[in-house]
Each structure stands twice: as C-alpha cells, then as structure tokens.
Write a protein that binds this ligand. Structure first.
Ligand code: ASP
Length: 335
C-alpha cells in the first residue's frame, strides 16, 4: 500500500458556500469522508498547510508548499497537493523549478465544483492523483478530468468545463480509461542526484501582453517601479511593432540596465521564433531572451526562479537555454 501525504491548500475542492461566496475550509467533512474511502487502497495522511482560494496564492505560498514537499518527501511514496484550479498551473510550474531532481511523484489536483456537491469532479480527480502516485509518475504533475499533465506544461483553459486543463506543446503524461492507466510519457528518476530545494524567487516580474499600439513608455515605468524581469507576449510567431511606436529601443534600455526581457507569443500553441520576421529580429537585437514553446506560466515562474538564483544576465540566459523538466522542447533550444 503506497504511503501518500495529502497537502491541502484550499481551492474549490475544499470550499463551501458562505455569506461572502464560495470559500475554502481547512477540513471539509465531504473531503474527509472521501479520503476515508481511499484509505482502503492507500496509507493516507492529511495536512492542511493553507486555506486559500488560489487567486490568493503567490510566491510566498509556493515557497511554503515547496518546503513542505521537500521536508516530507523522504517519508512518503508521493505527495498529492489539493489546490484551487485558477492558479494551479503557476504553482505546478514554480514547484517544478524549486524542487530540482525530484525523484518521486508530486501531483496537484482540485475540482471545478466543491467536493460536497452531487456533480462534483473532486472525487475522481483525487482518484486520478492517487493513481499517479501509485504508478510512480515522477516529477510535478496535474491530475484533472482523467488526465495527467506535466506541471510545467499545463494551462487552465476553461472556467466551467470539467476538462479545465490542457497540456500545451507536449503530450499528456497519462490518460485514464476504463481499462486502466495509459502512461504516454514518463520522466526518468534522477537516481544519482539528490532532490534539491532551490526556493529563492524574485517577485518583481511583470507580464505584459502587447496590443497593437502599446505605448513604449510603459517600459520606462517598469524600470522606475523597480521591476527586475519582464515577460513580453508579442504577436504570432514573434513580432512587435516598430512603426510610429518603436518598442525595441525601450526594451534594449531594460536589458542594458540588467533587466531580462523574455519574449513569447500570444498564441497558445507551438513555438515562437523572433528570428523569422523583421518585426521579430529588431526585438531579438535588443538582447531579449526567447521563450520558444514554453507556456506563459512556465516562462513567468522560470524567470521568477532564475532571478531568485542569480542577477547575472548571462546566467539567466543559460537558465533559459536549459530544459529542467520538459518545460521547453529540446529541439527548439538547439535549432
Ligand atoms: N477560485 C477557485 C480557486 O482557484 C477555483 C477552483 O478551485 O476551481 O481557488
């Protein structure tokens, strides 16, 4: 019987309707009784470390979760983290970078409807998460709607549908059918290297989604406000305007002042390549770093993590040229 720690952090899965709207509770009776049923198959320990809607989960909470996982992992076969769905993909990506050389399963799950309601998806999502531990799916993943997704590739794509998450630019890790679990890709355990907690993060990151005509002066404001890193979502395969409102000189100024600028696409799928078009090459010439096919969640958390480790621009470039856990496609890195 696998020994599994459930770390509860809040979210809809733990929520009950109150006067102020749906809000999480630390140990909702319906969750406790579901876990009691699962105890026929798993040796479960439940610990509520947070009690928050995931809109309130930020870098400080990621650090608390990462430390709890790191300290508890030696005593368990795997850890299931219950979490709100809204920012789950950010937490999953952040944990991927903070817990280096992870050699056991760490599975996040939640639900679209509270566990105490008849239509709730909570019980089956929990079952999927526990099955992932049972099958030794190494690394950080998200279990949702009978699917298992790599934590650093997951994006929340639906507000109401039960199929709320998608794995972007990477196949699902696994799918659950009537005949059992189909594991499609699996990370190898890093046997030789021990798991490392690298939990320093920089919170001063700005994500800017361009619109046609974004005023270049916004970049001066970001410098004045003390931002240390910027993720910039441009258009299509990789472009930003230079007619009338030329963005490149301002981006260059940021880079020269030691602020890494990571450029990506507003398109959800496939990789961006700023070397294709003139509107992209001008941006690349500023010293901006390409995010290639990373999700926005992965690019943002990788930058927060990178700036937590170093403020050296070359080291940050090196971090973005490294695939830590499948967050970026190796072939694109070496193209
Ligand atoms: N607002 C909730 C949260 O993210 C939504 C959910 O869990 O589905 O905490």
């Amino acid at each position: 019987m696998k020994k599994v720690l459930i770390l509860a952090t809040g979210g809809t899965i733990s929520s009950r309707a109150g006067e102020g709207g749906l809000a999480p509770t630390a140990a909702p009776p319906a969750l406790m009784s579901a876990l009691e049923e699962f105890r026929a198959y798993y040796d479960l320990t439940y610990r509520a470390i947070l009690n928050l809607d995931s809109s309130n989960i930020q870098s400080e909470e990621w650090q608390l979760i990462a430390r709890s996982v790191y300290e508890s992992l030696p005593q368990y076969d795997g850890i299931v983290i219950t979490h709100g769905t809204d920012t789950m993909a950010y937490t999953a990506s952040a944990l991927t970078f903070m817990l280096q050389n992870l050699n056991k399963p760490v599975v996040l799950t939640g639900s679209q409807i509270p566990i105490g309601t008849p239509l709730s998806d909570a019980r089956s999502n929990l079952a999927t998460a526990l099955a992932a531990v049972d099958h030794d799916v190494i690394g950080v993943s998200i279990a949702f709607n009978h699917k298992l997704l790599s934590g650093c590739r997951a994006v929340k794509v639906r507000t109401m549908g039960f199929d709320a998450f998608e794995s972007v630019n990477s196949p699902d890790v696994g799918e659950f059918f009537a005949d059992g679990v189909h594991l499609l890709s699996r990370r190898r355990p890093c046997k030789s290297e021990p798991c490392l907690l690298k939990d320093k993060l920089c919170n001063d990151i700005f994500l800017l989604r361009l619109i046609p005509g974004t005023n270049p002066k916004i970049f001066d404001s970001l410098l004045e406000l003390g931002y240390r890193g910027v993720v910039l979502e441009g258009f299509g395969a990789g472009g930003m305007h230079f007619v009338r409102r030329d963005l490149s000189p301002k981006i260059k100024r940021l880079v020269e002042r030691g602020v890494p600028v990571v450029v990506s696409s507003q398109c959800l799928y496939e990789q961006s390549d700023f070397s294709l078009y003139e509107v992209g090459r001008k941006v690349l010439a500023t010293g901006a770093i390409q995010s290639l096919d990373m999700t926005t969640e992965a690019a943002v958390t990788k930058l927060m993590w990178a700036l937590g480790q170093t403020s050296d621009m070359e080291e940050i470039r090196e971090i973005f040229a490294t695939d830590y856990a499948g967050e970026i496609t190796f072939e694109h890195l070496n193209a």
